[in-house]
Design a protein around this ligand. Structure first.
Ligand SMILES: Cc1ncc(COP(=O)(O)O)c(C=O)c1O
Length: 239
């Protein structure tokens, strides 16, 4: 048999897909995937390389109460775990899966696994994040400054077709028409990008989206400056 649940070892998904557009899972979605995995004995893996370690305002995106706190079996991580100071990544393994290797030892190894420099950078980064309340900062910025500010911009500028995000992980869709959600052309995205850069803001654009993903240490003042630049550039584009 080449199809069916028994042929599926694992489902791997980004808790909040990042590059695809900062897609916040709709209510019940992750619970539904978890239920299917439990029903069919499938391992659930969350890729938190982009959305983990504070980006969504929690240590891990799956801990956000709006996603119902679904527990994965494995979590992959990298980037934010040490702010990228040294290349490092890893996988968090649930007890039940880790215990499987007690009897059945996995005789594997990697040249650089557990490299002391990379591990030290992780410990130092996590200590600094805890001491400085960086995850709390990301949550507060998202809830009080960045989220409300982007929604205000969307009320004012018809070019913004959708605003979505959480913590310091947001995206704007740029559209020609809000009702049909028809995307703006590449030329318009290019013009927006050039104007943002000329005004001192370095944006990340993909298709017709701007991903608004500042560092977790961003301050309310810095977000305010960025919002003012977006406002100015959208006003210029629309006139
Ligand atoms: C969501 C996601 N998963 C996985 C990866 C790959 O991570 P790494 O390069 O640490 O293997 C990336 C890299 O950009 C990513 O964004």
């Amino acid at each position: 048999m080449s199809e069916g649940a028994t042929t599926i070892a694992a489902i791997l998904l980004e808790t909040v897909p990042g590059t695809a557009g900062v897609l916040i899972p709709p209510p019940g979605y992750l619970e539904g995937v978890r239920d299917l995995c439990d029903k069919y004995g499938i391992v659930l893996i969350f890729d938190e390389v982009m959305c983990g370690f504070g980006r969504t305002g929690d240590w891990f995106a799956w801990q956000n109460p709006t996603f119902a706190g679904v527990q994965p079996d494995l979590v992959s991580f990298a980037k934010g775990v040490n702010s990228g100071y040294v290349p490092a990544g890893g996988v968090i393994i649930s007890d039940s899966i880790a215990n499987a290797f007690t009897d059945e030892v996995f005789p594997g190894g990697l040249t650089y696994s557990g490299h002391p420099l990379a591990m030290a950078s992780i410990v130092a980064t996590l200590d600094a994040m805890k001491d400085d309340g960086i995850v709390e900062n990301a949550a507060a910025i998202g809830a009080d400054v960045l989220g409300p500010g982007l929604r205000e911009l969307a009320k004012k500028h018809p070019i913004i077709g959708d605003v979505r995000g959480v913590g310091v992980f947001w995206a704007l869709d740029l559209v020609d028409d809000r009702d049909s959600h028809a995307p703006v052309s590449g030329a318009v995205v290019g013009e927006v990008k050039n104007r943002l850069m000329a005004a001192g803001l370095l944006p990340f654009t993909a298709d017709n989206r701007i991903h608004v993903v500042p560092p977790c240490i961003v301050s309310a003042d810095e977000v305010g400056q960025a919002l003012a630049i977006y406002d100015e550039v959208f006003t210029a584009i629309e006139t």
